[in-house]
Design a protein around this ligand. Structure first.
Ligand code: ZN
Length: 293
């Protein structure tokens, strides 16, 4: 099995400078540790026609290259269903018929962490389950034996987080991110996961799920996001934030790349040139404020 890092965008629109910065970091983490680097398109949900091609072109324009072909989640349904079946065979799943509203209105179990699924459908008797099946399709949830799980992160150290009976497959049939990401990383030999730190809170759930599937945990590095001048996570509405927007404002892809490298205390130039100076220990730990073109 190869040793690899990856970048895994959702093709829901164009990448902005925050996404490109995270991709560059994932590349630098992987290459600086002798890993290969893979690109996976997470298109199970919210995919927009044509977005993937633009994203791949923009990644290459800032120097993010990858090994092998692009993998798409929509082509991998069998792997996810296999994992859900294995968990089911081990008694680790159950059907949930709750609507979002029912979950919000249900009294939470004593000592349950905030926002955790209240367990309404955990122990339905067969007759009840049969009746609910006739009303609406079921989501599949994990029957978790813990309420918390701790992961180690290169930048955040020990990080304990909530694990509840989270959804593995939604009731519309779409496989949940938490399941797909664990299965994909394992299947692709990804042993280093570098991504935005907005995903850190869900990482303990994924790591716990990996442990149930006998998957060794990858090295995690959750990197600071790019924010706008109000301190909010950068978004399309923040003006010229994509390579196309910036080209329109006279800023070349190379200039964007150099500016992102500078935000990481790295010298201007190609990513290969930046490798020599790359050191996770000296990366800025605060969000980086994008001030426009
Ligand atoms: Zn339920």
């Amino acid at each position: 099995m190869t040793s690899a890092g990856r970048f895994a965008p959702s093709p829901s629109g164009e990448l902005h400078v925050g996404n490109l910065r995270t991709a560059m970091l994932a590349w630098l983490f992987a290459r600086s540790t002798g890993r290969s680097f893979l690109l996976r398109v997470e298109d199970l949900d919210r995919a927009r026609a044509g977005a993937e091609a633009v994203q791949l072109r923009d990644l290459e324009a800032v120097g993010v290259t990858w090994d092998g072909g692009v993998v798409r989640q929509t082509a991998r349904g069998r792997l996810y269903e296999d994992a859900i079946r294995r968990l089911g065979d081990a008694g680790l799943t159950y059907e949930c018929f709750c609507t979002r509203r029912e979950i919000q209105e249900a009294p939470s179990a004593p000592h349950a962490p905030q926002g955790a699924y209240p367990g309404t459908c955990r122990n339905l008797d067969p007759a009840e389950r049969e009746f609910k099946r006739s009303i609406r399709p079921a989501a599949i949830r994990l029957r978790s034996a813990v309420q918390e799980f701790t992961v180690h992160d290169v930048l955040h150290g020990e990080f304990p987080g909530v694990v509840d009976d989270f959804v593995l497959r939604r009731n519309d049939g779409v496989v949940a991110y938490n399941l797909a990401v664990v299965v994909d990383d394992a299947d692709q030999g990804v042993d280093q996961v570098v991504r935005g730190d907005d995903l850190l809170p869900s990482t303990p759930r994924q790591a716990y799920l990996a442990s149930l599937l006998n998957i060794p945990l990858p090295e995690y590095a959750h990197v600071p996001l790019v924010v706008n001048s109000d301190g909010a996570r950068l978004a399309k509405r923040d003006g010229a934030v994509t390579l196309a927007d910036l080209a329109g404002a006279g800023v070349s892809a190379n200039a964007v790349r150099d500016r992102l490298l500078a935000s990481l205390n790295l010298p201007a130039g190609t990513l290969e040139q930046a490798l020599a100076a790359f050191n996770p220990a000296t990366l800025p730990r605060q969000p980086w404020v994008w001030s426009g073109p």
